[in-house]
Design a protein around this ligand. Sequence first.
Ligand code: XIL
Length: 569
Amino acid sequence: MGVRGNMLLVLLILQGILAVRNLFQNPGLESTNGWTCLDCSGSLSSDKRSGSHSYHVTGRNHDFSGASQEVQVSGGHYYYFKVWVKIDNTANGKWYHDVQGQIDILHNNGQHEYQQVGETNYVFPGRWYLVGGDHYVAGNIKSIRFYVQIPEAGVNYHIDDAQMDEVAYLSNFANEANQRIDNLRKANLAISLSGSASPSGLQVEIQQTKSEFGWGSAVDANMIVDGNKKAYQNFFYDIFEWAVLENAMKWPAIEGSKGNYNYDTPLRAVNSMESKGIIMRGHNIFWGGDFVPNWQKSMSGSQLRPELEKHIKGMVGHFKGKFRHWDVNNENLHLHFYEDKLRDQYITQWMFRETKKLDPSATCYLNDYNIIANSGSTMAYVDQAYWFKASGVPLGGMGIQSHFGAYVDVSSVKRRLDEIAAVGLPVWITELDISEPDETKKAKKYEDLMRLYFSHPAVKGVMFWGFWDGRHWRPQAALANGNNVTPNAAGRKVQELLKRTWRTNETHNIGHGQTVHIRAFKGSYKLLVRHNGHVIHTQNFSLGGHGNNLKINLSGSGSNPHVDHVLIG
Ligand code: XIL
């Protein structure tokens, strides 16, 4: 490595160190230094997550009573806060608790502003859970006090291994992301020709037919097969290679009344898209909260249990082999209908095991919200994934919904994504939409988020949650409008990125015995060799991580230019 290389290495190491600089004093909680129990008693405990001690909080009289640390920082930045928490007991009538990372921002004028940075809302006694999130703290402040809150008084807890740092502001976001895209999403392709009867007038063209990175959208199961909805279908097939049915596979759609099934609607759509080479995600087998079928709401746990088994068998059975991914229990971080009904905190883990058993070729995904559009559940999601992994659950990937309002800040979104990536599982952005009424601003915001996702090593694909305002749960997020499904500025930007910017379609003159070098996007390709404008040879090839070195011998049968003129040209 040269001097420049060494300098670069030093810079990278420095960057790494700066990124993890901990602003908390005594973050390992090996003593009580720096930590205060507000409206509670705090003491050192030997029950630790790491090191030798943790900080034990008892005597909590209010929701806010808890372990806290005040940090002197200047505002004008995003800060990230994380801490591990273990609760000792539950309050009356509860069997799990919501643990919240809170901050009290003390402004220069003496006023306090209280904000929640994140919550982990399915916390049982006896296990360490990650709690935290980020917040943008405006200027003009004196200090920030971080504390751990539980709505119910009387719940005692421990904290250990705390972390507070400043979220890096990405002043050069697009350039850095483009550099990562070049490294991650492209590979070297070499093409050389031999055996040609005509050494001059040769050209090679490569046409990318598929992208290795997944780009897709939610579709309406009826519209995607309706003969009167050609404009809708054309918009979809023109730019997307992956699909998910928006609603037709949800349990209330499959079994609206008990025992009456509608698998036909989704199957028709799935078979039609499959025949056109579209790859699909299955969404979803279970979805708690209000999204369960009405007939389940009054059932007891023991009545429900056999229904769950039957449903997994029915779903996986009908669609076996058709889905690359299954969203097993949608939004399970937030919704605990089945857990509560069956009083079984492991029921989602059971759902994952059953699904994987019945369809081993599908990858089982968690799919949740408030993960990167805000940090409300980022750390809870990381925690859940670690828990599933440690329990041997066949969790294959993390689905991140990505429903944005008009506010999009790539610096904090990247940081949240980095936190998720630390788990080490493949990440899919499963439901991207940005509800922004101004179409020019919307175009820029989609572009920024797409660039961020495409440039992140953990992210393997992005699904839009619909594209047409005539069929969109948040019409202001649409990429196309009106009866003709006309692309708006955002739609045109998405088309440009997916069809041109992040795709390789090139033609090169090539001499006999020469090699053409192309740095091309990973994926599947069709290659054509022309002689004086006439196609004399075609073949398919794929370009993956290791690149490809195509040596094309034109002397073989069917590749004689003069013969092929007649056959193909
Ligand atoms: C939404 C659909 O888009 C709506 O048409 C429907 O009325 C409700 O569900 N998170 C999910 C999706 O996982 O299934 C939801 O889809 C949007 C939020």
